[in-house]
Design a binder for this molecule. Sequence first.
Ligand SMILES: [Zn+2]
Length: 144
Amino acid sequence: MREKIESLIETLVPPEVGASSQLADSFLNSYRELLEDGDSYPPEITFPALFDFIVTAEYVKRMVADSGWMYCSGHDYSEGPSMYFPFLKTCPRCSVHSGSKPTAKSNKPGSDPIGDISGNATLLILSKILEYTSPTTQICKNLF
Ligand SMILES: [Zn+2]
């Protein structure tokens, strides 16, 4: 058993320190400032929002290209026409503003990249929480 655990430990790596880590730090610093100012943002809302923010940034980093954009005429919106790069199969503005769901090409990554992105985002958030709550605890992931 001890050999198996030592073998497993050799395959563990810490979370990557990259753009997503900087994004999480900025988000959490702003969150701390809001709390210090007396604003109330419950963690059960804040941390899922951070997760979505990190995942969307990773989608953008991996997927944005010259093709796959959609045009929204914006007839009913004061801001006028716009271009979007949707990750879901609809216009993000129309679905939020009017509840309509005009069909669009999805630019979402495949399921394997989504699994990697989601796992890394979860690991990153947990490591950031541990930096504050238990600084001597190290969190890692298995490469396999
Ligand atoms: Zn639209």
